[in-house]
Design a protein around this ligand. Structure first.
Ligand SMILES: [Fe+2]
Ligand SMILES: [Fe+2]
Length: 159
């Protein structure tokens, strides 16, 4: 089915951001694992896989509209040099995704593309959950300090 050109462009723009997020979180996970923080590493690895599912849905949607998913492009990756920086940069990434998806939802409403609107709105809720997780972590770190936080949460639950 032929789709709206501007919506097609938006889907590829957001796909680029998701591909960037996959790489950023995956590299973060590997670095955290290497630093001996498997619990925090798992969180980033799981996030990377969440973003990969988003990328897949976006690609499916672009192909449904007979467009071309662009996998050649990546935004600059903000890696972070410490666990705290990784969490802060993750929050920034999620807040940018939220702002972008709101723009996408508005565009699809304006063009009465309610199928794509539904898809993007679902992603928006998921990115809000990701942002909320990072915000809660930063709040806890503010209360107990990064060393205490990592000692408590840097490792998997022992249940
Ligand atoms: Fe995502
Ligand atoms: Fe996310």
């Amino acid at each position: 089915m032929q789709g709206d050109a501007e919506i097609g462009e938006f889907l590829n723009e957001h796909l680029t951001a998701e591909l960037t997020a996959i790489n950023q979180y995956f590299l973060n996970a590997k670095m955290l694992q290497n630093w001996g923080l498997p619990g925090l590493a798992k969180q980033f690895r799981d996030l990377s896989f969440d973003e990969m599912r988003d990328a897949e849905e976006l690609m499916d949607r672009i192909l449904y509209y007979e467009g071309h998913p662009n996998l050649q492009r990546l935004d600059p990756i903000s890696i972070g040099e410490t666990p705290l920086e990784m969490i802060q940069l993750g929050l920034e990434l999620e807040l940018e995704a939220i702002a972008r998806l709101k723009r996408g939802v508005e565009l699809t409403v304006a063009r009465s593309d309610h199928g794509t609107r539904e898809l993007l709105a679902g992603m928006l809720v998921e990115e809000e959950e990701h942002a909320d997780r990072f915000e809660s972590q930063l709040e806890a770190i503010g209360h107990i300090g990064i060393e205490n936080y990592l000692a408590r949460y840097g490792f998997p639950e022992s249940t």
